[in-house]
Design a protein around this ligand. Sequence first.
Ligand code: GLN
Length: 542
Amino acid sequence: MTRFIFITGGVVSSLGKGLASAALGALLQSRGYTVRLRKLDPYINVDPGTMSPYQHGEVYVTDDGAETDLDLGHYERFTGVPATKQDNVTTGRIYQTVIGKERRGDYLGATVQVIPHITDAIKEFVLDGADGHDFVLVEIGGTVGDIESLPFLEAIRQLGNDLGRDRALYVHLTLMPYVAAAGELKTKPTQHSVKELRSIGIQPDILLCRSEHEIPLSERKKIALFCNVREESVIPALDVSSIYEVPIKYHEEGLDEQVLKIFRMEKDSVPKLARWTDIAQRATKPEGRVKIAVVGKYTQLLDAYKSLSEALTHGGFANNVKVDLDWRDSEIFERENPAVYLEDVHGILVPGGFGERGVAGKIEAVRFSRERKVPFFGICFGMQMAVIEAARNLAGLPNAYSSEFGETKEPVVGLITEWMQGNVRHERNESSDKGGTMRLGSYACDLAEGSRVRDIYGSERINERHRHRYEVNITYREQLEKAGLLFSGMSPDRTLPEIVEIPDHPWFIGVQFHPELKSKPFDPHPLFASFIRAAVEQSRLM
Ligand code: GLN
């Protein structure tokens, strides 16, 4: 029997609902249960693929090629369960489905309405593919009180009735602000947020209260009373220094036990938390530190590179070091000497990106790491920058550029219009829709014998996730290889360059895919583990 846990948020956004859901999933897993996590996003975009990272943070890509909310990254990192297309839906996609059906005539004769048509489509999404899992955790994006989230809240309210109380549970995440002048934690915002939820028919079973300070028992009692929740179901969620401490902390506060108690399952399992105590230990008690410069464009908003910073942290776990990230807007290198900013770092990473702004600075950062033999990791756009740099400065092609930025004489990076994914042929052209038409999802890649990447992965064929429109142009391969840039990873049909490396360098690798999407705290991605190891070695030389 599959049970459903619905997670809503109140008071303010950015309380970490995604992390809370992921941590609860991990705790249930640690008791031997299988879990699946899903996210309902109230915005109108069909998926976040067309949004700037400044709007909604990173776009997380699944194996099956869906562009999804970054919370799915937390779910995967905490539970190891690969997310799919079926695990994230938006208002836009729900309406697209319902309108599609209306046009086909599926509702002939009926007036199509939010209730029941939209809410039915939401419920269908929540229930579809849930069988076979012990728990499905469903996070509702946004904050209770938002206009956009109402149909989603109505749908999960109905599901409470449809499924019955022994199969549905509501967790509400709120904030208890501390008013310094009064020296007090305040419960009023939580009371109001729960009142709002109850006015639409949802009585939360568990309240997770984010707070910067210990919550006194008297305040827990007060919340319980005013919000109609049992006292032991008011769970404090205090700030922690590393997100990887969250599962252990929630367990200590009794979150998983309360969930199981409400479902009358508390006696059926014992938690095995060794994995999480080990990770929390690595996260909080590192034996050294390294500094990595991330030279990108969206450096003002760290959510834009969520999986990347987590993967670097995991690389640190693999080497027992803390990874300090030095976020650098690449545009600065267009005006100033990179050495001023990069002299003291132990590794340089150029991440994914779009558009021409900051490109010249990224190319300068690549040049600095190549010439000064500082470990370099280029991801997607970062690999394309490495190829342009090598073409210009090693292969004697001063006009080398990417056709992403307009017409160019030497398109060493160009738009790909036809390619294979396994046996499936994909086709695109300049005027194709922008949404959902990049090379997306998991693709195989063969690693050249004797290459560094072959050694790092320890296998001949790997599968990694992609999200890009442009590709390194295979026609320049010979020229670039002669100049010292080895094409060490290729698509199985040998048409798409997937990895480049410079053998004559301590660590210089560019990958067309996004390895950060598959890294886990308990299973750091081999490229990140190896990159951080190289950075540790670099730190010993300095
Ligand atoms: N803008 C580049 C492309 O579309 C790189 C994309 C990325 O880094 N994810 O190919």
